[in-house]
Design a protein around this ligand. Sequence first.
Ligand SMILES: *Cc1c(COP(=O)(O)O)cnc(C)c1O
Length: 439
Amino acid sequence: MTSLRSVTHPPAQTIFDLCAADIKPTREFAQWCDAHDPLAPFRSEFAIPTDADGKPLAYLVGNSLGLMPHAARTLINEELDDWAALGAEAHVHGRRPWVDYHTLFRAGLSELTGAHPHEVVAMNTLTSNLHLLLLSFYQPTRTRRRIIIERGAFPSDRFAVHSLVRMVGGDVARDVIEVAPREGETLLRNEDIEATIDHTGSSLALVMLGGVQYYSGQVLDMQRITRAAHRAGAKCGWDLAHAIGNVPLALHSWGADFACWCSYKYLNGGPGAVAGAFIHERHHADPPPRLEGWWGTNPATRFEMRSEFDRGAGADAWQLSNPPIFSLAPLLASFDIFHRAGLDRLQAKSRAMSGFIEIALRARMLDAIRVLTPIATPERGCQLSLFVDGGTPVARATYDRLLPRGIACDFRYPSVIRVAPVPLYNTFDDCWRLVEALG
Ligand SMILES: *Cc1c(COP(=O)(O)O)cnc(C)c1O
């Protein structure tokens, strides 16, 4: 602590590194971090939910629904104003013409996913995109038809894969292989996933996993797994619902074939916000079969209403419909904030916050609560999954006592409380309040 206090103006990054290296499980430490946090001003750009007395909640559920940037209201209102004033003319003459509206998200998406701008597109919703991309990239043959997913996959991802396998005449029991933690363990091992891929070999068509596991918060080694899939001659796709806006991604250089995500978790796009997709540029010139719509055509000829599909460029060609503008507008605010804050700094703060919670829990000897999430980056993002001993009723009762104490988080059966200190708007004091409430 003395070493921390003696530092007067360290560069932004160093503050978080100092915090993370020398965490003290005290309220004073939390206050020191908040006072020296160069990202602290971003909190005021978000609406923070409050309790009945108007006191801000410790909102630790941004992994489920990110908070509203105040600018979202303005951006939606501007589109309502253009609709009111211009009607259909706003498609071309609005302040942000609707025909090109989806292109406003390319730069932000490319920054957050480590992709080229023409490899990403904002469209549809997550499960719809997963279906569309699976249809393109799962092309089973008689001998190569297996898909690797995860036993603990998010239900929607499992439903998407199973229903597709059935739709193309496959057999779920034979064609879907599930990777899981070892007996007695709670986390996946990258080497086990790789071994399953190697072992499945020439019968493997596709690997489709979550980059960040929604239940445990574990970050998988996406590069290593993608390479292994390609070595086996298979395709590799990623569900990044819990990864985008949370951990650094390099989809292009990792070589992933496709990826998709939703925009209402760490991206703060609002409930049901328009989701996104990545398609590696190697699939652009000679794309796999896909379902098509008019918004995937070349914008220069789109309104000639041609009967043949004049293909649009890059990932844009996967679009089906003209996009829902009001469900896209808030994302503009969010991408602007991410751009100014910088993912590097956000990650450094995130690391310090989750480390603080873990160490403070341990210091208070809360042995009945075990952190499931891996200890270290790069295997950890914002989220910590806290396993409560004593069975579901005890865990549930523990969770139920948190909201009355001003802590917003969520519960996943059988016994896990998920908390996600989000570096854009959470404070170290929020983390401290959580630890006190659990105590
Ligand atoms: C949040 C989440 C979803 C939700 O799907 P929607 O289509 O947006 O309702 C699906 N998969 C994963 C892995 C998620 O984390």
